[in-house]
Design a protein around this ligand. Sequence first.
Ligand code: HEC
Ligand code: HEC
Ligand code: HEC
Ligand code: HEC
Ligand code: HEC
Ligand code: HEC
Length: 378
Amino acid sequence: MKKINFYFAKIILFFSLISIFLVQNTFAEENQKDDHLSSNELKLGERLFYGLINTGENTINCASCHNTSVIDTFNWNPSILEIALSTQNMDSTTFANLLLNPVTKRMSEVHANIPLSGEQIILIRQYIDTYRTTGLKEQKKLVTRLSLFILLIVIFIAAFVDLSLTKFIKYKVVHGLIILIVLVFIFKILYEDAAGLGRTKDYAPLQPIKFSHQVHATSNKIDCMYCHHTAETAKSAGIPSTNVCMNCHQLVREGTYSGRFEIQKILTHMDQGQAVKWIRVHKLPDHVFFSHAQHVGVGQLECKDCHGLVEDMHLLKQENDLSMGWCLDCHRTQKVDFFENKYYENTFEEYHEQLKNNTTDSLTVAQLGGEDCMKCHY
Ligand code: HEC
Ligand code: HEC
Ligand code: HEC
Ligand code: HEC
Ligand code: HEC
Ligand code: HEC
């Protein structure tokens, strides 16, 4: 028996070491940054960029606007990597001029009186340029979900083994409590992952161009249909092509928030004949059929019934989970304008009769077949 105890104690030790290693590892990755910056010049450039060297009255921290790490929040200012790429082919004088004598409105606001000498600007630029090869820094979460999960499993096994074999802890209540609490967390993680599978409520990816619906639909009162003009008549609402952007941006070259930087990307795409690679936000599985025409054209719903207040968003976000339950909830409650809508004129005679004879005063989508599996599934 003693031997077996020892054997299990070893197993527990082994698993604990693995989990400590996993957690440690995630800490380590957090700390190992900037190893590539060895030379003094680059260090100086870095300190200047972060505003750590006093260069005069308004010493600026460039990183407060130009993010140096990968971020998942919306930032109107270009990242340091974007700057590195856009200034790639500039000579030193042009680059210094860009900073010291800004010509455009936004640029002169954000870079007002930059207190840097020509020499310091060269140092900063060398630092900026390193990002072309290294890319933005990754921000790792301290403890990943996976290592937490493994840790929980290890604690579970340890408690179980101790309860039945090693018996280091005398009171069984303690084992019971530990096992119970750990199980609750394990099932919480499993449930959350299973329920979220394939669902992307609140999904809001950063887009290649910082296109803001708020700027266009609210501040500049452009109708949704101007850009998504197939929503009423086709299955897909469609994403506008670069040509549509050019209708206005041929003339409008500067934005209030992003200056020239983002709009310049439209022109670059035009010149290179490339389509903008927008990241798709809403996506139903392939086995589901959905048509905008049926909802916007026939059903006369508004965009916000399904997409929320897009006109208030700088960064587009998926408001609803697009689950089957979500579709059905609406179909069961949403009244259909049966009388006025030409679409139903020559169909559903029995309902026309009932409405005429006042046996029914309204119809839901479900009553018209909105719950039939075949309507939504191929
Ligand atoms: C000036 C053109 C323009 C206007 C006006 C406009 N959009 Fe868009 N819309 C876009 C572009 C470009 C994208 C792709 C980039 C993005 O997702 O932000 C997009 C994306 C979307 C998406 C997400 C598509 C996806 O990938 O799932 C929705 C939903 C949407 N728009 C709804 C609206 C609504 C509602 C309005 C009116 C309030 C509106 N749009 C007005 C250009 C426009
Ligand atoms: C109907 C005219 C119109 C169309 C079409 C249009 N825009 Fe704009 N856009 C504007 C106006 C007006 C501004 C605001 C300029 C300002 O902030 O003063 C603007 C601003 C912007 C900005 C800068 C926002 C800021 O404040 O910094 C970006 C980026 C932009 N548009 C991208 C696009 C893209 C991409 C498309 C095509 C999908 C597009 N626009 C289509 C009129 C338009
Ligand atoms: C308050 C925010 C802010 C701060 C601080 C800031 N910038 Fe900027 N920077 C911007 C914005 C916004 C733009 C884009 C303006 C435009 O294109 O009209 C920009 C553009 C640039 C560009 C030009 C990129 C191009 O291709 O046009 C360079 C280079 C640059 N910044 C370097 C710096 C440096 C170096 C510092 C620190 C000394 C700094 N910035 C501090 C906001 C900021
Ligand atoms: C009944 C709910 C509903 C309404 C109303 C609705 N949408 Fe959608 N929209 C969706 C769903 C669901 C998707 C995902 C479709 C897919 O993946 O096939 C989507 C996708 C989109 C897309 C991505 C491209 C595409 O067509 O797949 C855009 C853009 C869009 N909607 C814009 C609009 C606009 C603009 C309006 C208003 C004129 C609108 N939607 C009204 C539910 C709706
Ligand atoms: C906000 C309410 C709403 C939501 C959410 C909604 N629908 Fe609908 N749906 C309607 C209305 C209203 C109609 C009525 C148009 C009609 O009678 O054809 C309709 C009709 C339909 C039809 C045609 C039914 C028929 O009898 O011909 C299909 C298919 C459909 N919806 C699929 C979907 C799918 C798939 C989703 C989820 C991704 C969805 N709908 C989400 C309101 C909604
Ligand atoms: C109003 C539209 C609609 C109707 C009616 C509908 N479904 Fe669905 N169904 C969906 C959507 C949307 C999804 C995708 C859900 C997701 O990805 O979470 C789905 C997913 C599914 C799935 C895959 C399981 C999953 O969660 O991904 C099955 C199986 C299914 N439906 C069966 C049925 C059956 C059986 C019926 C008839 C009783 C039916 N559906 C009627 C819209 C509908």
